[in-house]
Design a protein around this ligand. Structure first.
Ligand code: SF4
Length: 217
């Protein structure tokens, strides 16, 4: 088990560089911060299994093999949503999650040790048998990223059925979000946590496939 008790080394100059690269992923020890509301669900998003994920510590891009729950970036920049830019201060400093506590840009051994350890997933945050868990499972069954990747490959080989299938799943993803909000208005701000980022954004980003209002090009 990694040492999670590292205190801030005196070497941090609060340059804000690490926080500007994006928010951290959450781990099991961060669950209490989410449960207490110190880190609201509305500030989180999910990288779903099968999505491309950038490794900010070791570098490179890989495919997520499970949920990765991350703190959102600001709407106009990659920086963590909790970074107050003028003084490079963290708005949840006392309650910052594990990766932020372990991050030391001058010595990355500690963050490397915890980086992939005991990552949180949606199931551990929402109640297993809640209606939200059911919605997440329904969405995952229809909008599974591994399956969509296979459809994209087929489409690139000229399979028109695959193209129509992808378009249908993009519509399904959008409709399910609307239905969820209609049934439970309280989920409005947490859709990216529940269902990940919309397929109409992820597919162009990950596969370079343009998405239009009607079937994708
Ligand atoms: S939670 Fe705080 S310390 Fe962590 S990346 Fe965001 S601003 Fe930086």
């Amino acid at each position: 088990m990694p040492n999670i008790l590292n205190m801030d080394p005196a070497g941090c100059r609060r340059c804000g560089t690490c926080c500007r690269k994006g928010g951290p992923a959450l781990h099991g020890v961060d669950l209490a911060l989410v449960r207490s509301g110190a880190i609201p669900l509305s500030c989180l998003y999910t990288i779903r299994p099968g999505e491309a994920v950038t490794d900010n510590v070791c570098g490179g891009v890989s495919v997520a093999d499970g949920d990765i729950i991350k703190i959102k970036s600001k709407t106009d920049a990659a920086a963590c949503v909790f970074l107050d830019a003028p003084g490079n201060s963290c708005r949840i400093y006392a309650d910052r999650p594990l990766e932020c506590r372990e991050m030391a840009c001058w010595d990355t051994d500690s963050i490397r040790r915890v980086y992939a350890w005991d990552r949180l997933d949606r199931g551990r945050i929402i109640e297993e048998f809640s209606s939200l868990a059911e919605l997440v499972a329904i969405h995952e069954a229809e909008c599974n990223m591994g399956f969509i990747a296979r459809l994209i490959d087929l489409r690139k080989n000229g399979d028109t059925h695959a193209a129509a299938d992808i378009a249908g799943r993009i519509s399904y993803d959008a409709d399910l979000r609307k239905q969820a909000v209609s049934a439970q208005p309280g989920v409005t701000g947490i859709l990216d946590f529940l269902f990940g980022r919309p397929l109409c954004l992820i597919i162009p980003l990950q596969f370079g496939v343009p998405v239009r209002r009607s079937p994708i090009a």
